[in-house]
Design a protein around this ligand. Sequence first.
Ligand SMILES: Cc1ncc(COP(=O)(O)O)c(C=O)c1O
Length: 376
Amino acid sequence: MQVPFLDLKRAYERYGQELEEAVLRVLRSTKYLNGPETRELEKELATFMGVNHAIAVSSGTEALYLILKALELPPKSIAFVPSFTFVSTAEVVLRAGLIPFFVDVEDDYPNLTLEPLKEAYELCLKRGFQSVCVIAVSLYGYPARLPELLAFCQEKNLILIEDACQAFGSELEDKKVGSFGVAGAVSFYPTKNLSAAGDAGMVFTNDENLALKIRALKEHGQTKPYFYEYHGINGRMDEVQAAILRVKFKYFTEELTLREKWAKLYEKNLSHLYPKVKMFKHLPNSKPALSLFTIRATRRNELQQYLEKMRIATNVYYRIPLHHQPIFKDKLPLSLSLPNTERLSQEVLSLPFFPYLKEEEVLKVCKAIEEFYANG
Ligand SMILES: Cc1ncc(COP(=O)(O)O)c(C=O)c1O
């Protein structure tokens, strides 16, 4: 039996017909942009997130970029970001004319933590750089320490922005991840918790002025027909994607329950392999909506090869942290060592994980991992 990393066909088998009807409805309506599907999706997801404004955009990357752009942050000021994340988190910082300052994550949690952030902030002060914002990523769906980060930002007059691209549906202290900062970005890339049939994303915020500005910016900066007040982008979500997302959103809560079930089964069947296999802790009062189930494993690369031989697909998110990526070379006037990031990038391994997994598949993965360590 082969175990896929992610098999979207199984979701399609379940509600493919509804998806096809939704796509046909849009095709036949000939309303392909800025139509009723997008408006309804925004309303539905704003309610779900408990925020006043949801702005549908073309991807999670553009959601992040539009937030930064709308905030009009001073050029060449510092944005604190993790290095242990997908490239978009810091790519948009460069694109917005800011400087990324990579900050370490916790030793046993894949997200930003206060101590290294304070150190980075102090270094900015000492070197005469103006720091303006923190972009907190909730990696794999594990909520970042958002209340603590927010308190720090408030104390230091920084803006907290959330990269919740991997964490749609996650909760911390009964609040949705993506609703703590001034704005949150979510991705609906096909592998995400709620996924489109292509690229799509959303910005969530309670700030009305920011929402209005982002709405203008995603339409080339247009504030009235053919009048361009800002330098914007073409960042709209297609009606077809909105219609697909509305169908899938009906199944979303149920799918989160299934994700939770498989995560628990992995945890139950792998915990005895500690310390060869470690799993990320759960923050108190958190309900992570995991998009990836990721372990930390000794001899990670060998384990990955072994699992491949056993026809079990896995992936590494992320093998090369961002501070080692060529695009940031010569763009980092300020840096600190990132020991936890370096270590995690050697240890992490994401296992097959999606709502429509089967119990025997999860058990096969766990058994194979157990065998790998039993054999040496
Ligand atoms: C942490 C993180 N940030 C940003 C993005 C960008 O989202 P998108 O692929 O929709 O542009 C992703 C998605 O891949 C992500 O995982």
